[in-house]
Design a binder for this molecule. Structure first.
Ligand code: PMP
Ligand code: GLU
Length: 398
């Protein structure tokens, strides 16, 4: 009998990836599953990035790269931070990784000791809690209600701080709620961090460019807390490069050095071809993403128009990312052909079986009353999905 580690057994499978796995398997069996489970753009990677990758292969960029990434790429990332976010970093403060997921794991594993507390506002992205647990840390969840657009206030943050608090992790734009913190709301959080200089903040800004309210605001812009903030970003979402695997972080030098050391023992530098291609992405004017962002906004409105016609569903109006996160708890306890919907998981399985739509249950995001719809799909697909969704919910009986 294989004895797996306690660490592994304490870990939940990523619910986003689990649903993607189940829908792939059903598709392979010939079922016409509409997958709105995985958060990834449905656009192809832009041609200029693909061309850069082809050039890199032809120019024989086939060897290991420096662990934190090519110097030229880290310079370009530093330029990107200055150009888009007004943040001053040098390349020594930047570590490029195999996805933002690895950047987050590098930071948490570098900083968290067993018993350290990490404050995480809920709803949160699925992997934060599991990565903190892997490091032996204690996730301290602070709930943000739909009435506060799923964003916590400085006073909520402050009330959760104890002498054991080591870190704060959040995303804006947020996965799964699509909420975007305004500059004033971030300032409110920064004031708390200012009072607690030993607490670090990981600001996950991977949806930076998918923002429907104009500009993106970074937590690190507040100079009094600049060294306490670790900014994580990546190429996956803005540049439709989820499979290429490139994320990066910017932090004060000791944290960047620590992440470099950890990464050197786990994976080394990320894929050389991806890094060369990402150089062109970092140089590109984000204005070229305008069209993609407009199209996401149209899709948000389309899916919301269906949700708003279902009286039992409550949903916020997201201002970023590409997710809707409706509260579907009114259906809990309802049934179909003798099968009761006890929770969001039952509802997602029902929607998968009866409506052929793959969504993700909110419990992995710390919000068990909700389900997540990723609307990164064509309008035609979304219409079909939402018609099937509406019909399936109408078949449930109280
Ligand atoms: N943070 C958030 C909030 C995400 O939704 C994701 C999923 N892409 C990641 C980090 C990780 O992204 P990747 O590893 O593809 O860069
Ligand atoms: N981040 C995406 C999501 O939330 C991709 C899956 C994952 O990395 O967990 O669906």
């Amino acid at each position: 009998m294989i004895q797996l580690s306690d660490r592994l057994q304490a870990m939940e499978e990523s619910s986003t990836l689990a649903m993607a796995r189940i829908s792939r398997a059903l598709r392979a069996e010939g079922k016409d599953i509409i997958s709105l489970s995985l958060g990834e753009p449905d656009f192809p990677t832009p041609e200029f990035i693909k061309d850069a990758a082809i050039r890199a292969i032809q120019e024989n960029y086939n060897t290991y790269t420096p662990v934190p990434g090519y110097d030229e790429l880290r310079d370009k990332i530093a330029n990107k931070f200055l150009r888009d976010n007004g943040l001053h970093y040098t390349k020594e403060q930047i570590v490029v990784s195999t996805g933002a997921k690895q950047s987050i794991a590098n930071v948490v594993l570098s900083i968290i000791n067993p018993g350290d507390e990490v404050i995480i506002p809920a709803p949160y992205w699925v992997s934060y809690v599991e990565i903190v647990k892997m490091a032996g840390g204690l996730p301290i969840i602070v709930e943000a209600s739909v009435e506060q657009e799923y964003k916590i206030t400085g006073s909520q943050f402050e009330a959760a701080i104890t002498p054991k608090t080591k870190m704060f992790i959040f995303s804006s734009p947020c996965n799964p709620t699509g909420s975007v913190y305004t500059k004033d709301e971030l300032r409110d959080l920064s004031k708390v961090l200012e009072k607690h200089p030993n607490i670090l903040a990981l600001s996950d800004e991977i949806y930076e460019h998918i923002n429907f309210i104009g500009g993106h605001e970074s937590l690190a812009q507040f100079s009094s807390i600049f060294d306490q903030v670790i900014t994580v970003n990546g190429a996956s979402k803005a540049w439709a490069m989820t499979g290429w695997r490139l994320g990066y972080l910017a932090a004060c030098k000791p944290i960047a050095d620590a992440c470099n050391k950890i990464q050197g023992q786990f994976t080394s530098g990320t894929n050389s071809i991806t890094q060369r291609a990402a150089m062109d992405a970092m140089d590109a004017d984000p204005q070229v993403l305008k069209e993609m962002v407009l199209s996401f906004e149209k899709r948000r409105d389309l899916v919301l128009s269906y949700l708003n016609q279902i009286p039992s569903i409550k949903c916020n109006i997201p201002t970023g990312a590409f997710y809707l996160f409706p509260d579907v708890s009114a259906y809990f306890g309802w049934h179909y052909k003798g099968k009761k919907m006890n929770n969001g998981q039952d509802l997602c399985m029902y929607l998968l079986q009866e409506a052929n739509i793959a969504l993700v249950d909110g419990s992995g995001f710390g919000a068990p009353k909700c389900i997540r719809i990723s609307y990164a799909a064509s309008e035609e697909t979304l219409k079909r999905a939402m018609e099937q969704f509406t019909e399936a919910l109408a078949m449930l009986k109280p």
